[in-house]
Design a protein around this ligand. Structure first.
Ligand SMILES: Cc1ncc(COP(=O)(O)O)c(C=O)c1O
Length: 444
């Protein structure tokens, strides 16, 4: 691109575009990368700089950018029709994708309700749970979730979430939920059984008014990849079952191979009543999410039209043809190219190489689950950096200058690598991130 065109774009960006989760005062001063194109694991900005996309474009890209097969799936569908409504009607890719999702998820999950983003998939899970009991003649307005949870930024998903930085402002607008301590922090000083006891105690009081327990699968992702103690999620699930409460698993971040299996719940042998998926569903191509549920929940919505038990929810683009077509091929690639099999040795390699980061005096902890990694930084391994130090951004900015694109979560450097990355490319990412953290630690 010509330099005048780039400068104009930068000016327009800072003048008209309000960016998500971004302090715009700073953005107007510093700007961000303006991406122009992608190829495999690489992204290119308008200046022609090349970066490895080390956060898979906010954890959604799977097989790489500009993927020939996904491009073809999209173009083939585009030449037929881009969008048709699914309110009382259907379309071919949405039907085929629904069947495919039922095939690849645990057997109790039988019905797909589409949406566009993870937050909406969670809204739907919440509304379906409440409405399910309502259709059975029960009033159950309560939900139980965990401090530190992030389920999206719409008001329903914020109500079951608890990341004070993002959520406190909106407290007066939220519906009441019961929050248990974050499993990660609680079990640093207590046994997980104590937390499970707290849950049981709470349920003894409110079980008849509670619709569901809501839980991120495997880890509290947006809070900094706060992993759960082994078996904790399964134990919570079993308590939910014991007390006749629904269990909602949020697989928005962890789904589609990120943790080494297609969905994390497979590692815990859980079949939730409702599961939210998003992000990787369309391979990082288009906004598509889904809530998957059981026949039992679905059946509770079946009745004569005039009983009005149906689920009054749906958006203009629900089950969009293009998004479903590309998602279907995204899953087919997993199967045809044995992606999960090839991923296993790469996960092992990544985890082994990460051990060296413990040598750095400003690395406090490395949390990892499959291909999801958070490197928490702290001065002398224990004193947290102040928010005004923007340490995560400082490290990311150095990495960016050396061709690695990542976005931190507070003091955590985040790596969510595309599944298609090679071992040699993992080396490149880790070498740059290591040097960037070291540079900051040495106060350079
Ligand atoms: C576990 C989890 N649930 C839900 C969401 C919300 O997804 P979206 O940003 O697509 O609305 C996220 C986003 O990071 C997430 O990590």
């Amino acid at each position: 691109m010509k330099i005048e065109d780039i400068e104009l774009l930068e000016k327009l960006d800072k003048t008209y575009f309000w960016h998500p989760f971004t302090q715009m005062k700073l953005y107007e001063e510093e700007g961000g990368i303006i991406f122009e194109k992608g190829e495999g694991i690489y992204l290119y900005d308008v200046y022609g700089n090349k970066y490895i996309d080390a956060i898979s474009s906010l954890w959604c890209n799977i097989h790489g950018h500009n993927h020939p097969r996904l491009n073809k799936a999209l173009i083939d569908q585009l030449q037929k029709v881009a969008h048709t409504t699914t309110l009382g009607n259907s379309n071919i890719p949405a039907i085929l994708l629904a069947k495919k999702l039922v095939d690849i998820t645990p057997s109790c999950l039988q019905r797909i309700f589409y949406s566009e983003d993870g937050a909406e998939a969670m809204e739907i899970a919440i509304k379906l749970s409440y409405h399910y009991f309502k259709n059975l003649g029960e009033e159950r307005p309560y939900f139980i979730s965990f401090e530190g949870a992030y389920h999206g930024d719409t008001l329903g998903s914020v109500s079951v979430g608890s990341v004070s930085l993002f959520h406190d402002t909106y407290k007066p607008l939220l519906f009441k939920t019961y929050k248990l301590p974050s499993p990660y922090f609680f079990t640093k000083s207590h046994k997980q059984e104590e937390l499970l006891d707290m849950l049981e105690k709470l349920l003894k009081d409110i079980k008849d008014k509670t619709s569901a327990i809501v839980m991120e699968s495997g880890m509290q992702a947006a809070s900094g990849f706060l992993t759960y103690p082994k078996g904790f999620m399964k134990n919570v699930y079993e308590i939910a079952k014991h007390y006749g409460i629904l269990f909602i698993a949020d697989e928005v971040a962890t789904g589609f191979g990120r943790t080494g299996t297609m969905f994390y719940i497979e590692q815990e042998s859980i079949c939730p009543d409702l599961m939210a998926i998003g992000k990787g569903l369309s391979g990082g191509y288009l906004p598509l999410a889904a809530t998957i549920t059981t026949k039992e929940i679905y059946d509770a919505f079946l009745d004569k039209y005039e009983e009005f038990k149906h689920f009054f929810h749906g958006h203009t683009y629900t089950g969009n043809n293009l998004a479903c077509a590309v998602a279907l091929d995204n899953i087919n690639i997993f199967e045809d190219e044995k992606i999960l099999e090839h991923l296993r040795p790469k996960i092992e390699y990544l985890h082994n190489r990460l051990k060296a980061f413990n040598e750095l005096n400003n690395v406090k902890e490395i949390r990892k689950l499959g291909f999801m990694v958070a490197i928490e930084l702290a001065k002398d391994k224990k004193i947290p950096y102040e928010p005004k130090e923007r340490i995560g951004f400082k490290v990311s900015n150095i990495a960016k200058r050396h061709g690695i694109f990542t976005r931190p979560l507070g003091n955590n450097i985040i790596l969510v690598l595309p599944l298609s990355i090679s071992k040699e490319e993992i080396d490149i990412v880790l070498d740059v991130i290591f040097k960037s953290i070291k540079t900051i630690g040495e106060g350079i």
